[in-house]
Design a protein around this ligand. Structure first.
Ligand code: PEP
Ligand code: MG
Length: 568
């Protein structure tokens, strides 16, 4: 049994599917050209078939322009030039097919990478991709592909990129376990929104798990049991059913308000990564969207998404929420979130570098496109826009100026925009929390991003498993920053929400209620449980509890008093 961090609740019992790139050890050998040419022919046939299969599966979830990459790969796999060069080398040098493929591939990649034209340079990646598949087929190695899984599995990997997580098919991907990552790494966040059980930070899992092993993933306790006994399988199958039944029972709260026993109302809203997730928020009784992470729109695109594409996505979310408030965050790229079509400068500490609003203020052209799209969509619902990673009042003013400019531009063009758009500020850098009472003069609202706020306050990388013990939402230091932010907002009559993972943390809810948080934004699947908790608490008592909590020495002390309050 291996221990990790339960990142997305649930239980799965299935077979291991290892997501590991095969390692190829290709050496030159003298070989019979006739045999090698036959091998090469078979490998080309399989490569084309593989790409066609991936394209077919992907076409169920991806848009036409996202499928274009597979057509480019198919064209390359069918390219007579690539093939004849490899065949010539096999014939002329009597070498093995995998060696000839590698040599020709390297040569072609070098040529493409040195081309003037950016489009042609990017084709080098396609050549690498297709020839790697060809070499794997020659060596009898399988490239794992999440999109083509067609039996129930638990995925075991070092880490899953957000795009890996995005291509998981819930029908067959019953859960995942990764070596690295913490509760707030983006793969964990996406797992929660997809409702896929996940245990992250499981040291040693890649070595211990073999492809096809039976595995129990207990993503409630954060445990992975490899090759379980039949008794364990029976025990966990029962546990999984109980978990499902509990979730069903919560559905009764779907259309209720979120209100304390003494009448203090709050909003419980959902975090989403794409317009598709709106359905989950509505189904789980969300009173709005508190965070739309727009970067996923950029990450799954082949190039910077244009204004119309973005407009359609934002409009779909606003219409889907039917007049309920929707908070859309402007592009938060950088850190662990990369783009295939843009190369960020190498930085020693990418989480401390050019990220989010810092990037947008350096690339105002990209920022402007997004703001225009948002403003055009604002005519279709109640839109709140917020800027991520604001550190100073000046940054907020600069970002707001870009917003005002885009708005003026659209109005001059005669385009309809909403007249009740709110422009807010994420509080995820301690400097902004400390200055919240000044920032709230300019911002219409705040949303506390505790994933980053905790990482920056504790100086503990949110991706690092060894320092994950410093992810302490209940540490009085964090609670004080949260209090400062809420009080700072209220001082100028503004509202304060929270969209970091802490907002959906059951043990934090009583203190956050007591501190006066107005809006709690969380994975859709946590909303009903949060409502059950809040609807059973007294606001007056939680205010007292919060006062005690900020005066504690340690998170353990806070945890104790909260547990006692919840048990009442
Ligand atoms: C946060 O930092 O808490 C947050 C909500 O943003 P993200 O997790 O996308 O960085
Ligand atoms: Mg953040």
């Amino acid at each position: 049994m291996l221990k990790g961090i339960a990142a997305s609740q649930g239980i799965a019992v299935a077979k291991v599917y290892k997501l590991e790139q095969p390692v190829l050890d290709i050496v030159m050998k003298t070989a019979d050209p006739t045999e090698e040419l036959a091998k090469l022919d078979a490998a080309f046939v399989k490569t084309v078939a593989d790409i066609e299969k991936i394209k077919e599966v992907a076409s169920k979830s991806l848009a036409a322009e996202e499928l274009a990459v597979f057509d480019a790969h198919l064209m390359m796999a069918n390219d007579p030039e690539l093939r004849s060069q490899i065949e010539d080398m096999i014939r002329n040098d009597s070498v093995n097919a995998e060696y000839a493929t590698e040599q020709v591939a390297n040569m072609m990649v070098t040529i493409f990478e040195s081309m003037e034209d950016a489009y042609m340079r990017e084709r080098a990646a396609d050549i690498k991709d297709v020839t790697f598949r060809l070499k794997c087929n020659l060596c009898g190695k399988v490239i794992p592909n999440l999109a083509t899984i067609d039996t129930p599995v638990v995925i075991v990997a070092k880490d899953l990129t957000p795009s890996d997580t995005g291509s998981l098919n819930k029908e067959f991907a019953k859960g995942f376990a990764t070596e690295i990552g913490g509760r707030t790494s983006h793969s964990a966040i996406m797992a929660r929104s997809l409702e896929i059980p996940a245990v992250v930070g499981v040291t040693g899992i890649l070595d211990a798990a073999k492809e096809g092993d039976e595995v129990i993933l207990d993503a409630i306790e954060g445990e992975v049991i490899l090759n379980p006994t039949p008794e364990q399988v029976a025990e966990y199958t029962k546990k999984a059913e109980e978990f499902k039944a509990q979730k069903e029972a919560l559905k009764a709260l779907k259309n209720q308000e979120s209100i304390s026993t003494d009448g203090h109302k709050v909003l419980l809203v959902g975090n989403i990564g794409s317009p598709k997730d709106v359905e989950g928020v509505v189904e789980n009784g969300g009173e709005g969207v508190g965070l739309f992470r727009t970067e996923f729109l950029y990450m799954k695109s082949e190039d910077w998404p244009d204004e119309d594409t973005q407009y359609e996505a934002y409009k779909a979310v606003l219409e889907g929420m039917n007049g309920k408030p929707v908070v859309i965050r402007t592009l938060d790229i950088g850190g662990d979130k990369k783009l295939k079509y843009y190369e960020f400068e190498e930085e020693m500490n990418p989480f401390l570098g050019v990220r989010a609003v810092r990037f947008c203020l350096m690339r105002k052209d990209i920022f402007r496109t997004q703001l225009r799209a948002l403003l055009r969509a604002s005519a279709y619902g109640k839109l709140c826009i917020m800027f991520p990673m604001i550190a100073t009042v000046q940054e907020f003013k600069d970002a707001k100026k870009c917003y005002e400019d885009a708005r003026a531009e659209l109005i001059a063009e005669g385009v309809k925009v909403g007249d009740d758009v709110e422009v807010g500020c994420m509080i995820e850098i301690p400097a902004a929390a400390v200055l919240a009472d000044q920032l709230s003069k300019y911002a219409d609202f705040f949303s506390i991003g505790t994933n980053d706020l905790i990482q920056y306050s504790m100086a503990a990388d949110r991706m690092s498993q060894p320092v994950s013990y410093l992810y302490q939402p209940l540490n009085p230091s964090i609670l004080r920053l949260v209090k400062m932010t809420i009080d700072g907002a209220h001082k100028n009559g503004k509202w304060c929400g929270m969209c970091g993972e802490m907002a959906g943390d059951e043990t934090a809810a009583p203190v956050l209620l007591g501190l006066g948080l107005d809006e709690f934004s969380m994975s859709a699947t946590s909303i009903l449980r949060a409502r059950q908790i809040i609807n059973g608490l007294s606001y007056a008592e939680m205010k007292e509890l919060a006062e005690k909590a900020v005066a504690c020495d340690t998170m353990e002390e806070v945890s104790e008093i909260v547990t006692a309050a919840l048990a009442k």
